[in-house]
Design a protein around this ligand. Structure first.
Ligand code: ATP
Ligand code: MG
Length: 338
């Protein structure tokens, strides 16, 4: 039975931006003019126990604003948030009891050691025994470095310390806003593996925001993509993959191959916008072997035929480009294929 841990219903936030009247309408300089900005627009999503839920979107899409509302740090303009069945607006303490979170970069005392910082956090989360602080240090892989000052920690170690702070109250749900922000590829991978381990071995449910689609593809079982305050795609990653991930095909005769696939299999091929010599096709239930045999049988030299990499990235770019410019996807123009 799926058990919802975080339920977000019709959540919206409008900020009253204050802009100089002179900038807004050429009026008297210095006077303020309220200006509405809808940062979050009727978002609905449910994080179930056991999920690693990726909340994706470009800069300014409304991820942090949604997370702030989900943590009760700012009030929604409308809509509601329930955590573990408790309404955040009416039952705040019960709702937040089971949550560990960090929003953007967590702040530490840089002249104190990692352990001392955790002890301070432990004090804030109620009484956390020493043994639990030690266990947390082990969990995030900071053993051996815990007695060093935070100002000598790398970004990756600070990120792990941030996660350790979230783990201290032993939450059921961890909410992380851009946990890999500012990390290099090694750091990103480290945090990804840590979150995976916490989810698998400790049974932690995770809701995290990111704009790294490929990272999330590696980590999450469920995603929502938000753009300009609204969710444009949501679902289980395996189901989305079935309906959206294409095959990449490279042959020596891309145009003839596209024609063959259309005539014989009713499969529409399109050139990959990032690799012009490749075709992207939805196999529509046909096995890759079947397509390969047909192309080879017709004398096309098949150089590559495999599921596309970075499909979520491609899908996201397509969805957002289409929305912004109302352009359809790239046509099968002859000159676009080599
Ligand atoms: N306190 C605020 N007052 C006014 N506008 C705000 C406030 N906080 C956020 N915004 C605006 O709301 C929109 C969404 O911001 P938000 O920080 O939620 O985006 P984000 O998806 O987290 O982006 P990023 O990936 O850059 O962190 C932006 O246009 C931002 O400028
Ligand atoms: Mg943000």
């Amino acid at each position: 039975m799926p058990e919802p841990l975080l339920e977000i219903e019709d959540l919206s936030k409008t900020f009253r931006r204050r802009v100089l009247a002179s900038a807004a309408r050429g009026g008297i300089a210095g006077a303020d003019d309220p200006f509405a900005l809808q940062a979050v627009d009727r978002i609905n999503l449910t994080v179930e126990r056991g999920d690693v839920f990726g909340f994706l979107g470009p800069n300014g899409a409304g991820k942090s604003t949604t997370i702030r509302m989900a943590l009760g740090l700012i009030h929604p303009t409308s809509g509601r948030v329930r955590i573990g069945g408790y309404d955040l607006a009416t039952d705040r303490l019960n709702a937040l009891r089971k949550v560990g979170a960090f929003v953007e970069a967590p702040a530490f005392y840089s002249y104190l050691t990692g352990r001392k910082n955790l002890e301070i956090f432990a004090g804030l989360s109620g009484r956390v025994p020493d043994a639990l602080v030690d266990e947390t240090i082990d969990l995030v892989g900071l053993r051996g470095r815990e007695h060093e000052r935070v100002n000598v920690y790398s970004h990756g170690m600070k990120a792990r310390l941030g996660i350790a702070a979230c783990l201290l109250p032993r939450p059921e749900l961890m909410i992380l806003d851009e946990p890999t922000d500012g990390l290099d590829p090694h750091g990103i991978r480290e945090i990804r593996e840590l979150i995976k381990r916490l989810a698998r071995q400790e049974g932690l449910t995770v809701f995290l925001s990111s704009h790294l689609l490929n990272e999330v593809e590696n980590l999450c079982n469920r995603i929502a993509i938000v753009e300009r305050g609204s969710i444009i795609l949501q679902g289980r990653l395996d189901e989305l993959e079935k309906t959206h991930r294409r095959l990449r095909i490279q042959t020596d005769k891309p145009q003839e191959s596209a024609a063959l696939l259309r005539e014989r299999f009713k499969i529409e091929a399109r050139p990959d916008p990032d690799a012009r010599a490749s075709l992207l096709v939805m196999p529509n239930g046909h096995a890759t072997e079947e397509l390969n045999a047909a192309l080879s049988g017709a004398g096309h030299a098949v150089r590559h035929l495999a599921p596309e990499e970075a499909w979520l990235d491609r899908l996201f770019l397509e969805l957002t480009t289409t929305k912004e410019s109302s352009k359809s996807s790239a046509p099968m123009a002859g000159e676009s294929l080599s």
